[in-house]
Design a protein around this ligand. Structure first.
Ligand SMILES: [Zn+2]
Ligand SMILES: [Zn+2]
Length: 247
């Protein structure tokens, strides 16, 4: 990923800058008109598209600047728009204080499917806005709370799936859940169920019911003894590992 500065893509100076210190998160946008699919094979067209949109926003709409915080190109680069700490003009009247705005370079025809690199660039832009602009955890689409097709079906579907980073590994089902399983009181949950099933696979007599009670505690102590761990009857990361991958 590269961050392309305003200077590098040829942005004129903004006519006005309104500072903000934080938002609830970020809204994802698309171009909303046709995006030439030749963009895919020609990264030089990406800064040109930024300039075209900037012209439209400043000369056409008479806005103070390119409306979005960042653009995200199909080659994985992040192009700086208003950047962190600056109010956007993209989310609709009264909705710009709550969210920053990141523009994915897909349109309503032509190039409509984001590349994995573009999705990664959107997430990179969001990470910058969180790190430098006080953006909160929300990732939403322009259409959330405003009547618009934006950010298009493909991007909105991705947002609704929780905006996963493409190619990232699915969560490891054998990984320690990050909390201690102990009794008393009874710890309940799917992580308990997973641990109990692993203990049963090792030959311990347990009901896989998702409730970490005295029998689970007893099995835990035996597993800990066999693995030469402290016999405290509490499933932490070492005991979890000893249950899923006994040595
Ligand atoms: Zn939008
Ligand atoms: Zn590009």
């Amino acid at each position: 990923m590269a961050v392309i500065s305003r200077k590098a893509w040829g942005a004129p100076a903004p006519k006005r800058v309104d500072r903000i210190s934080s938002t609830r998160g970020v809204k994802v946008h698309y171009v909303g008109s046709r995006v030439d699919p030749r963009l895919l094979d020609d990264h030089d067209r990406c800064p040109a598209l930024m300039r075209q949109i900037q012209n439209h926003h400043m000369d056409g709409n008479r806005w103070s600047d390119f409306a979005y915080s960042y653009g995200a190109c199909p080659h994985g680069d992040v192009l700086t728009g208003r950047g962190p700490g600056v109010l956007v003009a993209a989310n609709g009247p009264g909705r710009n204080e709550d969210h920053y705005a990141v523009l994915g370079f897909v349109g309503n025809s032509g190039l409509v499917e984001p590349t994995d690199e573009m999705l990664g660039a959107i997430l990179d832009a969001i990470a910058i806005l969180r790190g430098k602009g006080g953006a909160g955890r929300e990732i939403k689409g322009h259409r959330d709370g405003y009547s618009t097709d934006c950010p298009g079906e493909a991007l909105y579907d991705w947002v609704r799936r929780g905006a996963p980073r493409p190619g990232s590994a699915p969560p490891d089902p054998d990984a320690w859940p990050g909390r201690l399983l102990r009794y008393p009181p009874v710890t309940r949950g799917d992580d308990v169920r997973r641990w109990q099933a692993a203990a049963v696979r090792l030959g311990y007599k347990l009901t896989v019911d998702g409730a970490y009670g005295p029998r689970s505690q007893g099995a835990c102590r035996l597993i800990q003894r066999r693995a030469r761990l402290t016999e405290d009857g509490i499933v932490g990361p070492l005991t979890w590992a000893a249950t899923f991958a006994p040595t």
